[in-house]
Design a protein around this ligand. Structure first.
Ligand code: PMP
Length: 355
C-alpha cells in the first residue's frame, strides 16, 4: 500500500489538533482557543468535536459489525472518495478506473484532482465485463511508468444508477486482478441480498469499503460516511483529513440513529416490500418499457421519451432523476422508492400519462 501513496502523503507530518494531544478528562480546557461560554444551553457546542469519532466508531462496531480499528468516518462518503484521490493519485500523472454507468461523483472528484479517468464499461445488462477488465489491466501494467499508473478502481455495489449488486465472488475476482487500491462503494449495501466486501478485508489489504448512513439509516442530512480498510489505510486517511471533519451534532445524530436499530430494520423491511410492489406495478405502466432489477432503494426504468416524462412528472410536483445521458441508460429514469403514498402518487401520474 505504501508504494501506492503519493510521496507527500507518505511523508506527511499530520496536523495535531488539541483534541488529539489530550484525550483524557480534565477540569479546565484552555488548549483549543474555544469560547468558555456555551450559548446553546450546555450542549457542548462551544467545544471542538472528537476528531476521530471514537464513540461513533464503537457504535458502528457494535451495531454494524465494522471493526473499530478498521474504520474512518467522513463528512459523507463523498469526502472519503475525494480523500482517496488525494492520498493515492498524483495530479496530472496517475489514473483511476471506473466502470460506467456508475456514481457520477467519482469522475467529478477525478477531474477536481486532475486525475485521468479510464473506463471499462459494464455490459448493456450492467454486469461486470471481466474479459475487458483483464485486457485493460494487462495493458495498463505494460504501459505504466515510474511516475504514472492506475491507482484506484471503483466498483459500486449495488450500482448507482442501475441498481444491481455484484456477487461477492465477482468483487473478490476484481480484488485479485487489480494490484492498486480497489474501492467498493456499498452505499446501498443494506438493501442488497449479497454479502459485504468487508469480509474480504483480511485477505486483500488494498481493499477499501465505503458505507454511508445517508440511505438505509436515513441520515443524509447529517453527512456520515464510513470507510472500512486496513489499519494502515485508515491511519493514512486520518492523517490527511480536515482535523474536525465531522461535526459534533452529526456524530450525536449518528449515535442516536444507531441506537434505533430495530426501527431502521423495520424501515428497511418496509422499503423492501415497497420495492417488490413497485417492481410489479411499474412493469404494468404503459409508458415504461423496462424495469431493471434492483438490489437498492431505487429502480432504473426505460421509457420511450425520458425527458418528456421527466417534465410531465415535475410539473405534477414529482421529481425523479433523468439518467439518459449515462452509458447504456438511453431514455432511463431513476426512481427512488418513497413512502407508499408517494409511490402511489407516482403510479397514478404514470398511468395518466399520454405518450
Ligand atoms: N456512493 C453512492 C453510490 C451514492 O449514490 C452516493 C450518494 N447518492 C454516495 C456515495 C454519497 O453518499 P454520502 O451521502 O455518504 O456522501
Amino acid at each position: 500500500m505504501r508504494s501506492l501513496l503519493r510521496k507527500n502523503i507518505a511523508n506527511l507530518k499530520p496536523y495535531s489538533c488539541a483534541r488529539n494531544d489530550f484525550t483524557g478528562q480534565a477540569e479546565v480546557y484552555l488548549d483549543a482557543n474555544e469560547n468558555w461560554r456555551d450559548f446553546v444551553g450546555n450542549t457542548g457546542r462551544n467545544r471542538y468535536p472528537d476528531p476521530v469519532c471514537s464513540l461513533l466508531r464503537r457504535a458502528l462496531d457494535e451495531v454494524m459489525g465494522l471493526p473499530f480499528e478498521h474504520t474512518v468516518v467522513g463528512n459523507g462518503s463523498d469526502e472519503l472518495i475525494d480523500n482517496l484521490f488525494r492520498c493515492f493519485c498524483n495530479p496530472g500523472q496517475d489514473s483511476v478506473l471506473l466502470m460506467p454507468p456508475t456514481y457520477g461523483a467519482y469522475r467529478v472528484f477525478a477531474d477536481i484532482n486532475d486525475v485521468q479517468v479510464k473506463t471499462v464499461p459494464l455490459d448493456a445488462e450492467f454486469a461486470l465485463d471481466f474479459p475487458a477488465l483483464e485486457q485493460f489491466l494487462q495493458e495498463e501494467k505494460a504501459e505504466r511508468t515510474e511516475t504514472s499508473r492506475c491507482k484506484l478502481l471503483f466498483i459500486c455495489s449495488p450500482n448507482n444508477p442501475s441498481g444491481n449488486a455484484f456477487p461477492l465472488s465477482q468483487i473478490e475476482r476484481v480484488c485479485k486482478l487489480f494490484d492498486g487500491i480497489t474501492v467498493v462503494d456499498e452505499a446501498y449495501f443494506d438493501f442488497s441480498p449479497f454479502e459485504s466486501a468487508v469480509s474480504l478485508l483480511d485477505k486483500y489489504p488494498n481493499l477499501v469499503v465505503l458505507r454511508t448512513l445517508s440511505k438505509c439509516w436515513a441520515l443524509a442530512n447529517a453527512r456520515i460516511g464510513i470507510g472500512v480498510a486496513s489499519k494502515e489505510i485508515c491511519a493514512v486517511l486520518n492523517s490527511m483529513k480536515y482535523p474536525y471533519n465531522v461535526g459534533g451534532p452529526s456524530q450525536d445524530l449518528a449515535l442516536q440513529a444507531l441506537m434505533h436499530r430495530e426501527d431502521v430494520q423495520a424501515g428497511l423491511q418496509g422499503i423492501s416490500e415497497e420495492r417488490k410492489r413497485m417492481g410489479q406495478e411499474l412493469g404494468l405502466v404503459a409508458c415504461i418499457e423496462r424495469v431493471f432489477a434492483s438490489h437498492a432503494n431505487f429502480y432504473l426504468v426505460r421509457v420511450s421519451d425520458a425527458l418528456k416524462l421527466y417534465h410531465y412528472l415535475a410539473q405534477l410536483g414529482i421529481i425523479v432523476r433523468n439518467r439518459s445521458k449515462e452509458l447504456h441508460c438511453e431514455n432511463c429514469l431513476r426512481i427512488t422508492i418513497g413512502s407508499r403514498e408517494e409511490n402511489d402518487k407516482l403510479l397514478s401520474a404514470l398511468h395518466s400519462y399520454k405518450d
